[in-house]
Every structure is written in structure tokens, then in C-alpha cells.
Design a binder for this molecule. Structure first.
Ligand SMILES: [Ca+2]
Length: 187
């Protein structure tokens, strides 16, 4: 099944979530993990497979039906946000990046499941100044099957070095959705 690469750009103030809520939910930094995914060319990737082995836990971690390895994240209406990446602009290893490429594998138990693979930049506790998302509604047209969503977004020049950059998956529906192999890279 060919993937439809339709990108959706939205401004956070149009979304009914708070940037602060997202910050609280993002707990762990991304960890590079070997897997059978198609994200080997991404500098940052997380297969969610090593947390339990090293004694870390997260409310979204599930085992048994992963896209790669054993573990994946199950997001629902209560635990809406995946394990994600969070770092201040000044601390990113890539300086003055002008583009971000993102990828994640999503599994929709039903067509009612809806999620965005999100990147944001902003001041913690306030609305994001930059909000971009890959919307499952635009890309995934098959339920009960792992499907890759991928796309890229431009980044503005001179982002505030004190602002926080984040990448995560957000379930904005009342149905569960699974995610695995979250990855991104800068250009
Ligand atoms: Ca995995």
C-alpha cells in the first residue's frame, strides 16, 4: 500500500491542548535502539525497547504487538502522549537546522483512532510558537496494520535558544492508538 505523504501544519493556539501539559507528559529522552524499522538513516530514533530492561517505566509502554522488538507505546484518551524527545534549542547537537524530517510507525486498532506525530518549539508552560504535525487521518488508510508516517517541515531561522524543542506522538481521539520507532533528523 503506498503511503500518502500529506503534511499538516497547525498553530498550537488552534489546538485545545496546553504546551505545559505536553511537557509534563514527556519524560524520557530518545534512545537509539537497533530494530527492524526503516529509520536507520535517522540520527534520533526510539524503538521503546530498552526502558523496562533498565528499570524505567512509563504508563504507555506495552509489549507483544510491537512494530520492532518487544515494546511499543499505547496511547489512549488518558495517556495521550508518547515517550518523546525534549531539549532546549541551545542544547541541540545540530545548530541552525532549517528542516526536520520525522517518522513514526502507527497502528490503528480502529479507524476511530487518530494521532499526530508532533514537533513543537516554545517556552515551557506556554503555548508553542511552532507546531507541526503528521496527521494519521491524512496518511494511514488501513486499520489493524503497522503503517509508517513520514514527512518533513521547515524550521525558521534564529529560534530562541531558551525555547524547548520536542518530538512526540499525540493521540487526540477517544480510541487507543499504538506507536513505535519514533525518529527524526535535522537538515
Ligand atoms: Ca519497539
Amino acid at each position: 500500500m503506498p503511503l500518502k505523504l500529506i503534511l499538516t501544519t497547525m498553530i498550537l493556539r488552534k489546538q485545545k491542548i496546553s504546551f505545559n501539559t505536553v511537557c509534563v507528559c514527556i519524560v524520557f529522552l530518545m534512545a537509539a535502539c537497533g530494530s527492524k524499522n526503516n529509520t536507520a538513516n535517522f540520527m534520533y530514533q526510539n524503538s521503546f525497547d530498552n526502558y523496562k530492561d533498565f528499570g524505567f517505566d512509563h504508563a504507555t509502554l506495552r509489549s507483544g504487538n510491537a512494530h520492532s522488538g518487544e515494546w511499543y507505546c499505547e496511547l489512549d484518551s488518558i495517556n495521550q502522549y508518547s515517550i518523546g524527545y525534549s531539549k532546549k534549542i541551545k542544547d541541540l547537537p545540530v545548530k541552525n537546522a532549517r528542516k526536520i524530517k520525522m517518522s513514526a510507525w502507527l497502528y490503528l486498532p480502529t479507524f476511530g483512532s487518530k494521532a499526530n506525530v508532533v514537533m513543537t518549539v516554545g517556552e515551557q508552560g506556554k503555548e508553542a510558537t511552532i507546531w507541526n504535525g503528521l496527521n494519521s487521518e491524512d496518511i494511514v488508510d488501513t486499520e489493524k496494520q503497522w503503517t509508517q508516517v513520514t514527512g518533513e517541515f521547515s524550521l525558521p531561522e534564529n529560534m530562541n535558544p531558551e525555547h524547548t524543542f520536542m518530538v512526540y506522538v499525540w493521540n487526540y481521539s477517544n480510541e487507543p492508538i499504538w506507536c513505535d520507532d519514533l525518529a527524526f533528523d535535522f537538515e
